[in-house]
Design a protein. Structure first.
Length: 240
């Protein structure tokens, strides 16, 4: 007894020294033994009896298939005893109903269709089962119907009425022909146009008239404006 207590004290002192060292500060050491919190007791999974949900029991039963079920918090396991579900080839839709705690509930199968009850997170869930032969460690369930996950919801009359509602458009309203008068009114025809005012001709005096440029015809016969002659430079000798 003394040796075991000494070993436990030495392991505790070594773990505390590693935790206090700056090298291991803020890090998780996988070699540390798990210690339950104060007031809790470590559960021995190897001695626990998982019953029909043991991994080996499920794997050895050829007629067994696991189905994940999401239920409201007020539904207990005993409320699901004796509930009959419809088994059809088509996946998805309503598969059953039951009454519990003075309330009616519907059971929906998710499948591959979009049912109006949610539960999309169920498609990504994976079930873990304890395996007693491996010391109670959890392993992925060997057989699980991921396409037949079930969702239990409170019965709603709105979902039942939505399926029976006619989605066809109502008939278009027709006006009586005797009250329809054809009239073509182009855009801007009723504006009246710009205001009409008596106009006066603009009088132009002779002094303000612009003189016209003289034009001449060159040798090619093209009518071109006459270019002004260059002035002779002052001091240029006149020809005799």
């Amino acid at each position: 007894m003394t040796s075991s207590s000494d070993e436990s004290e030495s392991s505790a002192s070594s773990s505390s020294s590693r935790a206090s060292s700056p090298q291991h500060a803020g890090q998780n050491d996988p070699s540390w033994p798990y210690q339950p919190p104060e007031g809790a007791q470590l559960f021995d999974h190897g001695q626990a009896d998982s019953g029909e949900f043991d991994w080996d029991a499920v794997a050895d039963d050829a007629n067994l298939e696991l189905v994940l079920i999401r239920v409201p918090p007020n539904i207990q396991t005993k409320d699901l005893d004796g509930v009959k579900l419809q088994t059809t080839k088509e996946k998805g839709g309503k598969v059953g109903s039951f009454t519990a705690s003075n309330a009616d509930y519907d059971v929906w199968s998710l499948g591959g269709s979009n049912v109006p009850v949610g539960g999309e997170e169920m498609k990504g869930l994976r079930c873990l089962l304890p395996r007693r032969k491996k010391g109670g460690k959890l392993y992925l369930a060997p057989k699980i119907a991921l396409d037949n996950n079930l969702v239990v919801t409170l019965k709603s009359t709105e979902l039942d009425n939505a399926a029976s509602v006619d989605t066809a458009r109502p008939p278009r309203f027709s006006y009586p022909e005797e009250r329809l008068n054809g009239r073509f009114i182009p855009y801007g025809s009723q504006t009246g146009g710009p205001p009409k005012e008596p106009g006066h001709a603009m009088e132009v005096s002779d002094s303000q008239s612009v003189p016209k440029k003289k034009r001449h015809i060159d040798e090619t016969g093209t009518d071109m404006p006459r270019t002004p002659k260059k002035r002779k430079k002052e001091g240029q000798a006149k020809k005799v």
